[in-house]
Design a protein around this ligand. Structure first.
Ligand code: HEM
Length: 142
């Protein structure tokens, strides 16, 4: 469960990220995912996965927007992600372990760009947030 303090930190750091990170930071997280955990590429056989790929950039934007939507709905993440959970479980059939891997990559991207602003407290709160996102995205697999 996210405490009020966690929610405040998550909201603040997301705002800072959207203001100060390159617009395609979601694409950067995806690129890291494909390099660090190459097995994740199997879900994207129809994508150009080369560095600088427009498809990865556009997809990263969609993923980051979905995360932003969850940040705006911290009291109701489950509902905010319900459709995406259906999509990943029933249509895409993404193994939920991969959600954790992408979360890890998002954390590294935030830390790399935000540096000292990504304090241990912020890291802890954002880690909790992403872990809720992963749980909610995996909800429909039962
Ligand atoms: C599609 C979000 C994790 C594989 C999508 C879309 C969004 C999204 C917003 C587009 C849906 C649409 O077009 O209506 C997320 C979020 C994630 C996550 C928030 C976790 C934080 C993953 C992971 C994988 C994955 C870990 C696989 C390793 C896919 C695939 C598509 C997709 C294959 C369809 C791409 C296409 O053909 O356009 N996801 N996703 N997702 N996602 Fe995820």
């Amino acid at each position: 469960m996210l405490t009020d303090g966690d929610k405040k930190l998550v909201t603040q750091i997301w705002e800072k990220a959207t203001q100060s990170l390159p617009e395609d930071f979601g694409g950067e997280a995806l690129e890291r995912l494909f390099i660090v955990y190459p097995q994740t590429k199997t879900y994207f056989p129809h994508f150009d996965l080369q560095h600088g790929s427009e498809q990865v950039r556009a997809h990263g934007k969609k993923v980051a927007t979905a995360l932003g939507n969850a940040v705006k709905n911290l009291d109701n993440i489950s509902q905010a992600l319900s459709e995406l959970s259906n999509l990943h479980a029933y249509n895409l059939r993404v193994d939920p372990v991969n959600f954790k891997l992408l979360s890890q990559c998002f954390q590294v991207v935030l830390a790399a760009h935000l540096g000292k602003d990504y304090t241990a407290e912020v890291h802890a709160a954002f880690d909790k947030f992403l872990s809720v996102v992963c749980d909610k995205l995996a909800e429909k697999y039962r």
